[in-house]
Structures are given as C-alpha cells and as structure tokens.
Design a protein around this ligand. Structure first.
Ligand SMILES: Nc1ncnc2c1ncn2[C@@H]1O[C@H](COP(=O)(O)OP(=O)(O)OP(=O)(O)O)[C@@H](O)[C@H]1O
Ligand SMILES: O=P(O)(O)OC[C@H]1O[C@H](OP(=O)(O)OP(=O)(O)O)[C@H](O)[C@@H]1O
Ligand SMILES: O=C(O)c1cccnc1
Length: 469
C-alpha cells in the first residue's frame, strides 16, 4: 500500500514542544500508554466502522524527520539540540487495536499505543487525523450500503471532498461497502476497481447528442455508459442511447449502461427500464447520481426504482451532518502507574490503565449485543457495570465473549502481514450482519451497551478519589 509522503512534521506544534521538554529534562524514555477512542456516534446512528489502521501502521513504520524538517523546526524556534536529535527518531512503540473494519462504539479504547512518551506524543495528531476521518467516512458508507443492499455503489466524491481528503475517503468508502470509484489515484494506490461514465460537457461539446454517444461508444466499447439527461431524458437521451446500443450490438459490443443525473430518479428509472427492455436491452444497467445520500437511496429503494448502480459524491466524502468523528487520544498509563483525566462532566472522565475489550454474544452465538472494557490481564468478566450509572449492571455469565484488541505493531514493527482492502471490507459486512437490526436502523437506533468490569471500575474510582481535592 502506498501513502502520501508523510514525515514527522505531520503533527501539531505542541506535540513537538512537549516532546522537547521530555527530551531536555531526560524524560524521553518514560514508558506510557495512550488510548484512542471517540465519545459520540456520528449521524445519530447506532454504530461506527473503524478504518484507517493499515495506513497508520504503514506510516509509523516509515515515520522520520528529514533534514529539511529539522531545519524548519529550528527556524520556528525549537532548540537545536532537540531538533538535531530527531534525525534518529523512529517509532519503536507497540500498538494493540481492534481489527480494521470492526464495528465499534463510544468510549471503547479501540487502539492503544505503548511506547516512550516522546514517540507516543509526536504521533498523536497523525493518528487522529487518519483514524477519525476514515472511520467517519467508512461509517457513512456502511449506512449507504445498508440500504443499497446488493446494488452497486460507486464513489464519485473526489471533486467535492475537503481537498486531498478525497484520497483516503475513497479507501474508507470501500471498507464501508462501496464497490468502486472514479478516483484514479486512489484506485491505483489501493487496488480498487476504477470506473466512470461521461460528463455533460462531453455531450454539450457536440451539435448532436447522438454524435456524442456514437463517438464515445466507438472509443470505449467495452465500458460505455451514456449520460442521458443533458437535454431531454425520455425524448432524446434514452432513445439515442438505444440507437447506439443497437449499433454497438451490430459490431459485437454491448452498451453497459446509462446514467441519470437529474429529475425524479424513480420516475425516470422506471421509464428508462421499460424503454430499454422494450428494445431488448435487458442487460443495460441504470446508474443514477445527483446529491444521493443514505436517505435518498433508501427512498429510491422503497419506491422500487429499477436502479442498478448508485454514484455518490458529496454526501459520502463530506459526511453531512457530521463534519468529523470526535476521536481523542488520552493518556491511560505512565511511569508504571495508571493515569486518569478528571472532568466535571462524568462522561469525560477517562478510563485508566492498559485495557482489553470483550465482545459479548447473544445465546445464538451469532449476534453480539454488548461490549465490556476491562483491565488488560483480566479474564472475560462475568459482570459489567454501566460506566456512569452505579446502579446499572449486566450479568455476562455463560455468554460467549471475544477479545477485540490484538497486537498489530511491536517495537515499531508490523505484527501481521498487510491486510488487503477487500478483506477488510468483507470483515465489516460480516460483523455488521452480527450486529442486531435494532442498532442499525436510522431512526432512534437502540443504544449498544458498553460497560466496564468490576476491577476497572474500582481502579477508576480509586484514582478519582486520589486526585479529587
Ligand atoms: N424519486 C425520488 N425520491 C427521492 N429523492 C429523489 C428522487 N428523485 C430525485 N431525488 C433526489 O432529490 C434531490 C433533488 O432533486 P431535484 O429534482 O430537485 O434536482 P435536480 O433534478 O438536480 O434539478 P435540476 O433539474 O435543476 O438539475 C436530489 O438529492 C435527488 O437525488
Ligand atoms: O451529486 P454528488 O453526490 O456530489 O455526485 C457527484 C456529482 O458530480 C457530477 O456532477 P458535476 O455537475 O460536477 O459534473 P457533470 O457535468 O459530470 O454532471 C456528477 O454528475 C454527480 O452529479
Ligand atoms: O464517471 C462519472 O460518471 C462521474 C465521475 C465523477 C463524478 N461524477 C460522475
């Protein structure tokens, strides 16, 4: 897998300023652990899809500071002694994480970085930047996939994305369930099927729509999808497409499809299907696009629109109404001791120490309905407590449980062979099938239970007492 060329300065200045203090005060080797977790599910949904892990591992393996980076850091005021030491910086930490593509929930320590405080601090911004964005987009994509079912989803988002974010958005879309992309660079780098139709400008540049279709078909007869809504979809676009399909057939080719990009997509697709079928073109596929999102796709499905392919841009890559996943990176352990961050807001008090997450299955053992966070070395807990409401608990006795955190990087080296994107995407769909339906509905999904073990609760409450003035 390839990545943008990213070096150690892909971070916030304060990470380096703190690292400088650790370096100059001889604390660089302090061992610590940071947890990555988020607090709020996006889209008022019932789950999130964890994405970006493989990119993080790849980047951490390569992470270094170039000579130019070091000169720049000196220019902006970092001390020469510290800046020069970065020439030898390499990430040598250890990472535990849930599998990429896993279904995850608020407050779960989805990923843990263990290392010296200098390296663990410097990587925070890059790690959050990648995981928050890709997890957000993978979750949005999964919502679209959940309503598109077996129909094809294409990412058309690059032009609408927040700058180069469109690159990783494509990767995340595939994890969430998209099939292909129009984004050539992402397709090339990540091994994703690369597809495309035609733009209105192509049709407009000809005096006749039919001539445009003919030239396009002649030039790419194996992959020809004609955009039929430039002038009049039913009276011009589709009849012209049918004419060209006939001509292609006579030359031993097949028109792959048509694309509708405006108007009532249900009404037009029904008429288009009938016109194509009446012409014997049963295998010509109908693609639609135009400001689609999960709600429009669901509505079109409910209207039984005979659409084969949905092309989605803006809503996929910008993920409205949530511009970001609120994932954070918090210190949980340092210098041999568990650490806590207190807050007036109970929900913002962090969970101390090195932890594990156990996923708990229903009796059928094919569906999961609760996760419990515990201390790393605990066996699967038999009871879980509500993290903030002391009276609420749930017995887990006799239930199948599965640890979610796995070693993915040890002392700076990848712990496994890279996982192909296709396999990650397959894993996401498999896990989504194991999540009960009530957590997947769009309106007021049932809240998935995430609790803490007795021992973790005890440790957290002791630390709270210790630090409360
Ligand atoms: N049958 C349908 N059911 C639900 N939503 C639809 C349907 N048809 C189209 N839409 C969606 O409605 C939104 C607006 O469509 P609208 O017809 O106003 O725009 P338009 O066709 O692009 O207009 P214009 O002709 O100016 O290009 C789009 O998000 C589109 O995907
Ligand atoms: O609506 P979105 O979900 O963002 O999907 C991407 C849109 O981008 C293209 O339109 P654009 O007007 O940019 O170019 P075109 O002339 O090819 O239609 C395409 O036709 C879609 O409508
Ligand atoms: O290939 C297409 O049809 C396409 C590509 C990008 C954006 N909209 C459409």
């Amino acid at each position: 897998m390839k990545n943008f060329s990213i070096t150690g300065i892909y971070t916030d200045l304060y990470q380096l300023t703190m690292a400088q203090v650790y370096f100059l005060t001889g604390k660089s080797h302090l061992h610590c652990c940071f947890d990555y977790f988020f607090r709020k599910l996006p889209f008022e949904g019932g789950y999130a899809v964890f994405a970006g892990l493989e990119n993080v591992i790849d980047l951490l393996q390569e992470l270094h500071f170039s000579k130019d980076d070091i000169d720049y850091l000196k220019d902006i005021g970092l001390k020469r002694e510290f800046a020069d030491s970065l020439e030898h910086f390499r990430f040598r930490g250890t990472i535990y994480a849930v599998k990429e593509g896993e279904i995850v929930f608020p407050n779960e320590p989805i990923l843990r970085v263990e290392g010296n405080i200098l390296e663990a601090q410097i990587i925070e911004t890059m790690l959050l930047n990648i995981l928050n964005f890709q997890s957000l987009i993978a979750t949005k994509a999964a919502r679209m996939k959940s309503v598109a079912g077996t129909k094809t989803l294409i990412d058309f988002g690059l032009r609408r994305a927040q700058g180069t974010g469109g690159y990783h958005a494509t990767r995340a879309a595939i994890i969430g369930g998209f099939d292909s992309t129009s984004n050539v660079k992402a397709a090339c780098d990540f091994g994703i099927p690369c597809v495309g139709t035609m733009a209105h400008s192509f049709v407009q540049s000809y005096d006749q729509e039919l001539s445009a279709f003919r030239d396009f078909a002649a030039n790419r007869p194996e992959h020809c999808v004609l955009l039929v809504d430039t002038y009049d979809t039913l009276r011009s676009g589709i009849p012209n497409a049918i004419t060209v399909a006939g001509e292609m057939k006579a030359r031993g080719h097949r028109l792959q499809g048509i694309r509708l990009d405006s108007g009532d997509l249900s009404y037009l697709s029904k008429h288009a299907r009938k016109m194509l079928d009446d012409a014997g073109l049963h295998d010509v596929k109908i693609t639609v696009s135009n400001q689609l999102d999960e709600w429009v796709i669901k509505s079109l499905q409910d209207q039984h629109a005979p659409i084969d392919i949905f092309g989605v841009g803006t809503s996929l890559v910008t993920a409205p109404p949530d511009a970001a996943l609120d994932g954070v990176y918090k210190l949980a352990y340092a210098d041999g001791k568990p650490r806590i961050k207190l807050s007036e807001n109970l929900k913002k008090i962090t969970l101390p120490d090195k932890k594990q997450i156990y996923r708990t299955y229903l009796k059928d053992e094919h569906h999961f309905d609760a996760d419990v966070i515990c201390l790393q070395d605990e066996k699967a807990p038999s009871v879980m407590h509500h993290p903030f409401e002391p009276d609420k608990s749930l017995s887990l006795t006799g239930r199948k449980q599965e640890p979610l955190l796995h070693l993915v990087m040890q002392n700076g080296k990848r712990g496994n062979t890279p996982i192909p994107l296709k396999d990650i995407a397959r894993y996401t769909q498999k896990r989504l099938r194991m999540l009960p339906e009530e957590h997947k509905r769009f309106h007021y999904p049932h809240t998935y239970k995430v609790g803490i073990s007795e021992q973790l609760r005890h440790e957290r409450d002791e630390l709270k007492r210790l630090h409360k003035p």
